[in-house]
Design a protein around this ligand. Structure first.
Ligand code: HEM
Length: 277
C-alpha cells in the first residue's frame, strides 16, 4: 500500500481511539470536580461543627449514628473516618494526574503511600463502624459497602506490590482499580441521586430497604470496575466498533456522574455546609 493511500486510513483509524480517550478524560474531569465537591462538603460540614465542640450537630447531616452520647471511642472513630475521607478524596485525584506523576515523582511516591494507608484505614474503620458499632440500616446494603471495603484492601495490596517491583504498567492498572473502589461510597451517593432524579425515586424507601437502596452499594463498585476493564480492553483492541461502543458507554457514565453530582450537591452536600446554611 502506498503512503498516500495509507495516510487517510491511519487518520480514520485513530479517530475511534481519540474518541475513546476523550471520553475517558471527560469522565475523569467530571469525577475530579465531583471529588473536590465532596471534599468541600466534608470539610464545610464537619470542621465547623467539630471545632465548635457541638459534636451532636454532626448528626444534622442526616447520619444513621454519627455522634452517640457516652460512646467516646465510637465518636472518635466516626470523626476520624470522616475527616480522613476528605484527604483520600483530594489525594486520589492528585495522584492520578499524569503531570504530577511525571514532574514530581517523589511527591507521587509519598502521596501514594499516604493515600493507600489512609484508604485501608478508612476501609477497615468503616467495616468496624458497620459491624461492631452497628451503623447500618439493613444488612444487604451494608454487605455491599463491606465488599467494597475488602476490595480497597486487596487492590491497595496489588498496587503497592507492583510499584515496589517496578512493574509500572500493572501498577498503573491496579492504581486505577484502587481509585474506583476507594470512590465506591462516593459513587453510592452519585448513583443514588442520579437515579432519584431520573426515576423520581423508584425503588427507594425512607427506611433504606427498597430494591434500589440495596442494589446501589453493589453497583457503585461493580459498574465502574466493569467500565474500566472495558476501557482498557478497547484501548488495546483493533476494532473501531468496540472502541466507539465503549466510548459511548463512558460518555453515558459521564452524563450519569454529572447528573448525580448535581443532585448530591443540591440535596445532600451544599445544604449541610455551615457557611452556606
Ligand atoms: C475509603 C473510602 C471511604 C470514604 C471516602 C468514606 C467517606 C465517608 C463519609 C464522608 C462519611 C460521613 C457521612 C456523610 O456525611 O455523608 C462516612 C461515614 C460512614 N462510613 Fe465511610 N467512607 C469510606 C469507606 C467506608 C467503608 C468501606 C465503610 C464500610 C464498610 C464505611 C462506612 C461508613 C459508616 C458506617 C459511616 C457512618 C454513617 C452514619 O453514621 O450514618 N465507609 N464515610
Amino acid at each position: 500500500m502506498s503512503d498516500t493511500s495509507a495516510a487517510p486510513v491511519r487518520r480514520h483509524g485513530n479517530l475511534p481511539q481519540q474518541f475513546l480517550q476523550g471520553s475517558g478524560v471527560l469522565w475523569f474531569i467530571i469525577a475530579a470536580i465531583g471529588q473536590w465537591m465532596f471534599v468541600v462538603y466534608i470539610l464545610g460540614a464537619y470542621i465547623p461543627r467539630t471545632l465548635g465542640g457541638s459534636f451532636e450537630r454532626w448528626n444534622e447531616t442526616g447520619l444513621i449514628d454519627g455522634y452517640v452520647q457516652n460512646d467516646a471511642l465510637g465518636n472518635f472513630g466516626f470523626i476520624s473516618h470522616v475527616l480522613l475521607a476528605a484527604f483520600v478524596s483530594a489525594a486520589g485525584v492528585i495522584q492520578l494526574l499524569p503531570m504530577i506523576r511525571r514532574r514530581f515523582p517523589t511527591f507521587h511516591r509519598w502521596n501514594g503511600r499516604a493515600y493507600m494507608s489512609v484508604a485501608v484505614f478508612l476501609a477497615v474503620g468503616g467495616i468496624i463502624l458497620v459491624w461492631v458499632r452497628g451503623t447500618r440500616m439493613n444488612d444487604w446494603a451494608a454487605l455491599g459497602t463491606t465488599l467494597d471495603g475488602v476490595l480497597i484492601v486487596v487492590t491497595a495490596a496489588f498496587t503497592l506490590r507492583h510499584a515496589m517491583a517496578r512493574r509500572i504498567d500493572l501498577h498503573r492498572r491496579w492504581a486505577m482499580r484502587l481509585f474506583l473502589v476507594v470512590n465506591g461510597v462516593w459513587f453510592v451517593r452519585v448513583f443514588y441521586m442520579a437515579w432519584a432524579i431520573a426515576s423520581g425515586g423508584a425503588g427507594m424507601h425512607r427506611t433504606m430497604d427498597g430494591p434500589t437502596d440495596i442494589l446501589v452499594p453493589y453497583l457503585a463498585f461493580l459498574v465502574p470496575l466493569a467500565l474500566l476493564e472495558a476501557y482498557q480492553k478497547a484501548r488495546e483492541s483493533r476494532s473501531s466498533a468496540f472502541k466507539l461502543g465503549v466510548a459511548g458507554l463512558i460518555l453515558a457514565g459521564a452524563g450519569v456522574t454529572a447528573l448525580g453530582l448535581f443532585g448530591a450537591w443540591m440535596m445532600m452536600w451544599s445544604p449541610n455546609i455551615l457557611i452556606f446554611g
